[in-house]
Design a protein around this ligand. Sequence first.
Ligand code: UD1
Ligand code: CA
Length: 449
Amino acid sequence: MSRTCLLLILAAGAGTRMKSEVPKVLHKVAGVSLLSHLLCTATQSDVDKICVVIRSGDQAVSDSVEDCSDIFFFEQPDQLGTAHAVLAARDLLKEELDDVVIIFGDTPLIERSDIIELRATLENGADLVLMGFHTDNPRGYGRLLFREGRIKAIIEEEDASDEQKKINFCNAGMIAIKREHLLFLLEKVKNKNRKHEYYLTDIVKLADACGLDIRVLRVEREKYIGINNRVDLAKVEEVWQRKKRHELMLNGVTLQAPESVFFSYDTEIAADVLIEPHVFFGPGVKIDSGTIIHAFSYIEGAVISANTRIGPYARLRSGTQLHPAVKVGNFCEIKKASVGFETKINHNSYIGDAEIGANVNIGAGTVICNYDAYHKHRTTIADGAFIGSNTSLVAPISVGRDSYIASGSVITENVSENTLAFGRARQVNKYEYAKKIRNRLASLEESDG
Ligand code: UD1
Ligand code: CA
């Protein structure tokens, strides 16, 4: 693109309709904030500068951005409307960039291709470019007013007449404008409307009056759902999940009941992975091919190699690394642990802060006691070890190669290689005592009366 561009994200709105202590743009879709979605799209759009307008004192918003080195933040002291918000970045608007693209912080699904199309339309001679969508339910959106095929103005829902409210071609929100016109138009915007706000959308009428070339691009409504309340938030989540499922299936992942599986923004799944119904993926999951995730598993922060079997009802937490052909069965929880080739953790176990070698068998009900109320301690289990059922491994502890731990043990001392370890009281069998004890208990019952 030959023209330079500033991309402005408006994120200062009070977000009253969210009924939340959390600033609206920090609410999450697919495990990441609305703002992160937009910044990710923005940075991929090859613009020259990115700027975010936040509410004064909304430190949490700027703090949430991990790498802000290339991002400019401006504060809007009072939330007096979208035109007023753009003016908060006045200093940048005076600079010599050619164009300005303005996006709303509450429409996280917009795509890079749309930003590029807007910019291309300016390159083709337009002065101001809007985006519009058709919908059966236009409530809450600004309506695009046309006369003789030309866009004349945008009227906001609150100010629209009953007749105008019937218009179902709506303002999607994102606009692009040649910078030379922007400040001049914004300064003319008044707040004579029902909400007493300075509406960015009013620049359309003003631009038309100046004879500027205004164009409208049609977009899909789904990509431009503005999140004003929690219902919209759920709708956007739904759209995002649907797209992700579709993309994964086309890439060779089997989803038996796609609508019951939820992914995060960064979930990576290779071809030939099978996912059964009702599985949730939090951030940081990567799965290699041939793996099966059985139903009702909850997985986050886990790197899962090829040909593993997970679940049903498994919980993998942050820092889990599974090597190929590992099996993790029902009601097993793993966190901050690596598990070696062909190791089995099949039933009801907790594995935390551990390094487990290859071909280890972790018996049913094994628990790593990693926490002493003050610190977390590590456990290592070397290749080929057999951990009997219902063992407690009290960390820090190491279990040697090919060692064997008797079931029911509480292991508090390191076990060296090839060693058989018992950590439980020896069993005592008393012949005929069953009868004795019964008689004694029965006589007590009689005397109790
Ligand atoms: C806005 C548009 C409407 C459009 C809809 C699309 C205006 C006046 N209306 O309505 O035509 O159909 O989006 O989703 O532009 N913001 C600030 N400071 C403010 C006010 C808002 O930064 O003082 C930010 C908000 O954080 C939000 C964005 O601007 O990200 C839009 O504001 P919002 O109040 O959600 O506008 P809508 O009523 O949805
Ligand atoms: Ca909105």
